[in-house]
Ligand binder design. Structure first.
Ligand SMILES: NC(=O)c1ccc[n+]([C@@H]2O[C@H](COP(=O)([O-])OP(=O)(O)OC[C@H]3O[C@@H](n4cnc5c(N)ncnc54)[C@H](OP(=O)(O)O)[C@@H]3O)[C@@H](O)[C@H]2O)c1
Length: 330
């Protein structure tokens, strides 16, 4: 797909670059582009050491730092023109139990990204969001919504010709660290899988598709959008059967902070939402620059969604069936 902002020759910093997404994104960068410099920004030296054993390149730098540390972040951004902000605390139960820690990383960290990016005249910043930020009911989702709002509003601070900030929002990533597939695989040994609710549905995206979508939206972003790919849903019971067909299921009930179904475009955002061939865009409610007259992406004209539109994991028209899940899980 064509992109008018090529990553060739760019200096790109990825916060949370040692995470599931970050590692896949870095591999993609070196497979498809010739970046001038790629900087990994994260806290844990062991994760960086282990990643460096697997992924190394003369232009790849490992920088230890915390997104909570504004001074360090600004230092890391010297000469950077593109930021992919993926660092986050993302475990729902941990966030409920340690709310202020999640607030410091996900909200104050986002604020630090905004200030440092504007100070260092970074051209584009794209941040990863989650379906849990849409109509949030848990602290993790609420902090990601605040982070989204901070980045969107930052387009006002930077002004025309300044840093552009946009968001990519998607659902559960198949097989990412701490997700349900590794959990089910581990529990398989016991012969019994815990199922929260037989009705539960989730959106699903592969790491490859997530990284490709972020790359593509970096190319076309104008600033202020929440980009949402059209992705399939799956039933949690189908996933359990695909991972461990021989296991029995134990119904354990929905955990604190969990929803039965996830939402990516809330109904109340329908008035700001445009539909494109394979993605939606929630436009900023405060319009920047040439919005909404110039709402074209990759030469595609968008069309407004219906006023009562809501993009939910249970009303999706694309599903991962049992057989497809088996293939994806491998
Ligand atoms: N996985 C999913 O299902 C999913 C779905 C939708 C959206 N997302 C979003 O996608 C992004 C990436 O997720 P992921 O699955 O790749 O997460 P992950 O595997 O848990 O990686 C998180 C990364 O963030 C770093 N990090 C955490 N706190 C930090 C801090 N204070 N300062 C700097 N770095 C920090 C971690 O390294 P250190 O611990 O070494 O600092 C790690 O590199 C997150 O923003 C998440 O909200 C994920």
């Amino acid at each position: 797909m064509s992109s008018n902002y090529s990553l060739n020759g760019r200096s790109i910093l990825i916060t949370g670059g040692t995470g599931s997404f970050g590692q896949r994104f870095v591999r993609r960068l070196y497979e498809l582009y010739k970046p001038a410099r790629v900087v990994i920004y994260s806290r844990d030296e062991l994760k960086q050491f282990e990643m460096a054993e697997k992924i190394n390149h003369p232009t790849l730098r490992y920088f230890i730092g915390d997104v909570r540390d504004a001074e360090r972040l600004q230092r890391a951004l010297k000469g950077i023109d593109t930021i992919v902000h993926a660092a986050a605390l993302k475990q729902v139960p941990a966030a409920e139990y340690n709310p202020i820690e999640c607030i410091k990383t996900n909200i104050l960290g986002a604020e630090n990204i905004v200030n440092a990016a504007i100070n260092e005249k970074v051209e584009r910043v794209i941040a990863l969001s989650t379906d849990k930020a849409a109509n949030p009911i848990n602290l993790y989702g609420a902090t990601k919504l605040c982070s989204d709002k901070l980045l969107i509003a930052a387009n006002h601070l930077s002004g025309q010709g300044g840093t552009r900030f946009s968001i990519v929002r998607y659902g559960n990533v198949i097989g990412s660290r701490g997700s349900v597939i590794p959990f089910f695989k581990e529990r398989r040994k016991t012969g019994k899988l815990p199922i929260t609710d037989v009705r539960m549905t989730r959106f699903w995206i592969t790491l490859d598709d997530g990284a490709a979508f972020v790359d593509r939206m970096l190319g076309v972003m104008k600033g202020g959008e929440v980009f949402i790919p059209k992705i399939p849903s799956m039933k949690i019971t189908d996933l359990a059967k695909a991972v461990a067909p021989e296991c029995t299921h134990e119904i354990v009930g929905i955990r604190p902070g969990e929803k039965l179904h996830e939402v990516m475009v809330p109904r109340d955002e329908a008035l700001n939402t445009m539909e494109y061939k394979d993605f939606y865009v929630i436009q900023p409610s405060f319009h920047f620059w040439d919005y909404p007259q110039d709402a074209k992406y990759e030469d595609m004209e968008g069309k407004p969604v219906a006023e009562d539109f809501e993009y939910r994991s249970d009303n999706n028209d694309r599903w991962f069936g049992f057989e497809e899940l088996k293939t994806v899980i491998g």
